[in-house]
Write a new protein. Structure first.
Length: 180
């Protein structure tokens, strides 16, 4: 049986782990911004975005439940983070972000986390569309292709969206739509 996961509040320890994962991957050309994150940047993000309810973004940590069912937010249970950003409340749209820690990739956590964040966006936040973009140079593109198929989402290829390692790469743009 697979571990249960849940979304919960992020803290500075979780953000330090995210910074570690992200900085390790920076040379893969996965992210829009090609620079390393510092601890000060993460603290600023926590204080001015995550903890600010007036910002048009919501972020959550992704945690595994303990075998005995107790929720525990120690780093060994923190497996990733997700968020809904660039929220346009008047139009009911927002952009999704999702990062799963290296040792948890390929174990089904990403799919389950996506399900949780889509539920949060569509049911609790009353959004109509949640969109995203994944560069073709991103090794996780197969995940998004599978999720597009699973949720029957709209997708298209956008040309020359990422300059990385001396070349331009296309991106996969996708849009999940609220059903009913």
């Amino acid at each position: 049986m697979k571990d249960n996961i849940y979304l919960d509040v992020l803290d500075i320890c979780n953000l330090d782990k995210i910074r570690e994962w992200r900085n390790k991957d920076i040379k893969k050309g996965i992210y829009r911004t090609p620079y390393l994150l510092t601890s000060d940047m993460q603290i600023d993000f926590l204080e001015n975005v995550i903890n600010n309810r007036n910002v048009n973004a919501r972020y959550w940590g992704i945690f595994k439940e303990e075998a005995e069912g107790e929720k525990n937010k120690y780093l060994d249970n923190f497996i990733g983070y997700t968020g809904i950003d660039k929220i346009q409340w008047e139009n009911g749209i927002a952009e999704i972000g999702l990062m799963i820690g290296h040792k948890y990739v390929g174990l089904g956590y990403g799919s389950r986390a996506l399900s949780l964040v889509l539920k949060e966006g569509f049911q609790n936040m009353r959004l109509q569309n949640i969109y995203g973009e994944c560069y073709k140079c991103n090794p996780n593109i197969e995940f998004w292709e599978k999720m597009i198929e699973k949720y029957k989402a709209y997708s298209t290829i956008l040309p020359s969206r990422k300059f990385f390692n001396g070349s331009f790469f296309n991106s996969l743009y996708f849009n999940f739509t609220r059903k009913g």
